[in-house]
Structures are given as C-alpha cells and as structure tokens.
Design a protein around this ligand. Structure first.
Ligand SMILES: C[S@@+](CC[C@H](N)C(=O)[O-])C[C@H]1O[C@@H](n2cnc3c(N)ncnc32)[C@H](O)[C@@H]1O
Length: 460
C-alpha cells in the first residue's frame, strides 16, 4: 500500500490545541526529541552540547529524569538508523514528502525510531506522532498521512526492516562514500557496527582478570576489561572511586602502548585532556608532561589523575607556541580529528561533521605533527594518533610528513604489542582499527573505535 498526503483533513472538534497536548502522556518528550533531532540534523548542533545537564537545550533541561532517558534513547536510535528510517518512510509514500516538510519528516522519524528499534508500544508511538502533527500548524494537513503511514510501518516492519537493513547504506552520502572508498572490503560491516552502541571498556591499573570477575565483564585480548552492559552510573561501580580503572575504548588504549617499554623516559603528551593516555604513560613509569590548550579539559585531566593517584606535570598551552626547555625522549600526539571512528558512541557525528571538517583537520594535524617532531630528541619517537576513519586524517598525514621530512622514518607497529589486533597493522606498518573489528556473536561485546596510529622516529 502507498499513501498520499491529504491536503484537507476533517479535524476532531477540540477545546484548545495546547490544552489537549498537555493531556497526552508522552507528548512532551517526543516534541523535545523532534526538536533536538532537528537541531542536530538541520543545524549540525552536537548531541553532547544539546544534552548537557547545565547548558543544554532548554526543552531537554525542562524534562524529568525519566523523560530525559527516553529522549536520549529515541535520539540515539533515530541517529543510528536514520538512512534506514528514511528509506522506510519513502517506501510508504506514493509521492516523495514535500522538500520543505522538514518538521513532518522529523515527526515521522521520531515515531519510526520507537516503532522499529525501541521497546515502546508501537501504537502509543503512532498516537503521539498524530498528536504532534495535529498540534503543529505546519503538519496539520498531514495528520491522516502520519497515522496511516506509521500504522503501515508497524504492519510491514517484520518483512521490510531486514530487507532495508541489508540494502541501505547506513550513512549520509559524504560518509558513505568516504568509508566505501577507504574500506571497500568491509564497508558494510562498518555501517552495521555503527548501528550498535559500544561496549564499555576499562583500562585497569593491574589484574584485569580479577576486575573482570568483580565487575561481571570479560578481559579483551589487549588486556582491557569489557563490560557489555552497565546499570546506573559507571562512577558507582567498584574500583572507580579508588582509582583502580578508567573508561577507555580498547582502540584508544593502543597508541600509548606503541612506545614499548618507557619506564624512566621523559614523555610529552601534547593533546592530553581528558587524560586517558596520560594515565597510561604515567602508569608505565614515564615522567609525563601533559599539555592541552583547553583549561576546562585540563582541569578534568587533573581530577582524573588525582582519582587514579597518578602523576604528570600539567601544562596549559598551545602546542604551536609552547617552548619546553629540553627535548623529550618521546612525544604522543593524539590530535583533534573528525571523530568518525567513534560514531557508535556519538551517533550524531555523521550529521554534524562534513568533508570540509575532514580537510581542515587533516591540515591542522599535519602542522601539529611537524611541530611534535621538533620537540623530540634525535633518535626519539613520536606516536601520532587520532580516532578518525578518514585516511586523509591518518595515512595521508603521515605520507605527507615523510615526504617533507627526510630525517624522519616510520617504525612498524610490533604485533606483540597489540595481541588480538594483529590484523589492524597495515602493510605500511601503521595501526588502523575499524569498528567492525573484535567481532563477537553478542553485539554488546563486539567492536572497538576506529583509530589510526603511526610511529615516527626522528633520525639522529
Ligand atoms: C582527541 S582529544 C585528546 C584526548 C586525550 N589524548 C585522551 O586520551 O584523553 C584532543 C585534545 O587536543 C587539544 N588541543 C587541540 N588543539 C590544541 C593545541 N593547539 N594545543 C594544545 N592542545 C590542543 C584539545 O583541547 C583536546 O583536549
């Protein structure tokens, strides 16, 4: 069955639109979800910013705790599956929805996220979407369409959803092309991985086996503790307050290990905050200088190190201007990037980032890496890393630096340093992880962030 928009609807007699809206349970949270989805998709606002408890969107802050959790779940489900949801909507209409009917599409997307991906009674989701359309002057003429389309979606879900999931590229066009051209052999596995929330990985100070047993997790081949699910705040878990572990994705835990044995070395961590890698370097016995140009983020780093009872010299400075007295034995540059490797935990990224961000960040990274190489002693080592899937921000940056710096050489990543991730070493010897790696039959325990890391030696 296909549906056409009705231009004129018979409206139910009612006292007042607003009065009626207040009486519909669940309407406020869905209106907030549609508003936030629009801010992310139409205006590229970041989800973390919108959902910030202190400075976030007022519609979000006005909600109860319970409604906030619901809105977060709806938004995440919608963003993780947006191309699939849109394809389903388009399948059910005879003519494409009008280009300008943005509010209508968001209403449908919010309802579809609930119907297709969340454990919410589907008919309640439809009824609320109908009320949303009825209360919005832009959408009133589409009330019957919303009702019929979403009921049709419920009926066709079992048959159509698996078909769409296997056929639709689950990314906006720019990112779909980026991933398909960079990873032609496993692009569809990456798109599929992006549909699932990530496991929670902990880097433990020692004794992974015992912490995995205590926290109900598993030890990954790289030695992290992986939790498939956590009820309540992570900070309530045993060992957090005592500084026995910190949250760090398996992939993010690799770059700091690539130096090998660093006890007693002077190491600079140039983009350090909030400090996951600083903590690893300090725990490994290095004398660490942790630099960041964000005062707020550096404060978080300081708090994290205090909780972990680890030590580092913290420097608030711009790495382009900082003048340390003496060259370092090693430098870690975990550079700012498009974060396209972390889409599982930040599903807004495909909609808030663009190819021009990738290009700008790649240029910044190349300049940062050139600067990092001046801060290490001859014979010293620089590890360059970031959590982007774009080769422009990883492999291409390193190629450009090697071409312009004859006194710099690449050292291949040693497979012994990354047990279980040997396949992530590229033919050139760099580390390249993608979210479909570390597969597991249970998606709650599968995957890791997309990361790039390369080891560069400054020749004497
Ligand atoms: C990807 S984050 C680093 C994450 C960190 N390495 C960790 O493992 O927790 C990038 C950091 O670079 C910092 N940054 C960006 N440009 C900088 C600059 N020019 N000088 C110093 N820090 C900078 C940002 O403030 C941000 O904290």
């Amino acid at each position: 069955m296909v549906l056409t928009p009705a231009s004129k609807q018979k409206r139910r007699p009612r006292k007042s639109a607003e009065g009626n809206r207040e009486q519909v349970p669940g309407l406020g949270s869905r209106l907030a979800a549609a508003k936030l989805l629009s801010a992310i998709v139409d205006r590229r606002a970041s989800m973390d910013g919108l959902l910030d408890p202190q400075n976030g969107n007022p519609a979000w802050r006005a909600l109860s705790e319970q409604d906030r959790s619901l809105v977060r779940a709806i938004l995440q489900a919608a963003l993780r599956n947006l191309p699939i949801i849109d394809a389903f909507i388009d399948l059910l209409v005879a003519r494409p929805l009008p280009e300008g009917a943005v509010a209508l599409r968001h209403t449908l997307r919010i309802a579809a996220a609930q119907i297709l991906f969340l454990d919410i009674p589907a008919h309640a989701a439809v009824n609320i979407a109908v009320e949303m359309a009825r209360g919005d002057p832009r959408n009133r003429r589409f009330v019957a369409l919303v009702n019929a389309l979403l009921r049709q979606m419920i009926r066709q879900k079992d048959e159509e959803l698996p078909r769409l999931q296997s056929r639709v590229i689950n990314a906006p066009a720019w990112l779909g092309e980026l991933i398909e051209s960079a990873y032609p052999e496993h692009a569809s596995a990456i798109f599929e991985a992006h549909r699932h929330p990530p496991a929670i990985d902990l880097t433990v100070k020692s004794d992974s086996e015992s912490w995995a047993a205590r926290l109900g997790g598993r030890v990954t081949p790289t030695g992290s503790v992986r939790l498939g699910h956590v009820d309540g705040p992570i900070t309530d878990l045993e060992g957090f307050a005592d500084g026995e572990w910190w949250v760090q994705d398996v992939a993010a835990s690799i770059p700091a290990r690539l130096f090998g044995e660093i006890s007693g070395w002077r190491v600079a961590d140039l983009c350090a905050a909030p400090g996951g890698k600083t903590a690893q370097l300090a725990l490994a016995g290095a004398s660490v200088t942790a630099l960041d140009f964000s005062a707020n983020r550096l404060k978080r780093l300081d708090e994290n190190l205090k909780r972990l009872k680890l030590d580092a010299e913290c420097v608030h400075a711009d790495l382009f201007e900082w003048q340390p007295g003496e060259a370092f034995d090693a430098v870690l540059l975990d550079a700012p990037c498009s974060s396209t490797g972390t889409i599982r935990r930040h599903p807004d990224i495909p909609w808030t980032k663009s190819p021009s961000d990738v290009a700008k960040l790649a240029d910044l990274q190349e300049r940062m890496l050139a600067r990092a190489l001046t801060l290490v002693r001859p014979g010293g080592m620089v590890v360059f890393s970031n959590c982007s899937l774009a080769k422009e921000e990883g492999e291409d940056v390193v190629s450009a630096i090697l071409e312009s710096h004859p006194k710099v050489d690449r050292r291949a990543v040693e497979s012994a340093l990354i047990p279980g991730l040997e396949d992530a070493i590229s033919p050139e010897g760099d580390l390249r992880t993608t979210p479909d790696m570390l597969p597991d039959p249970d998606p709650a325990y599968a995957g890791l962030d997309g990361f790039f890391a390369s080891i560069l030696m400054r020749l004497s």
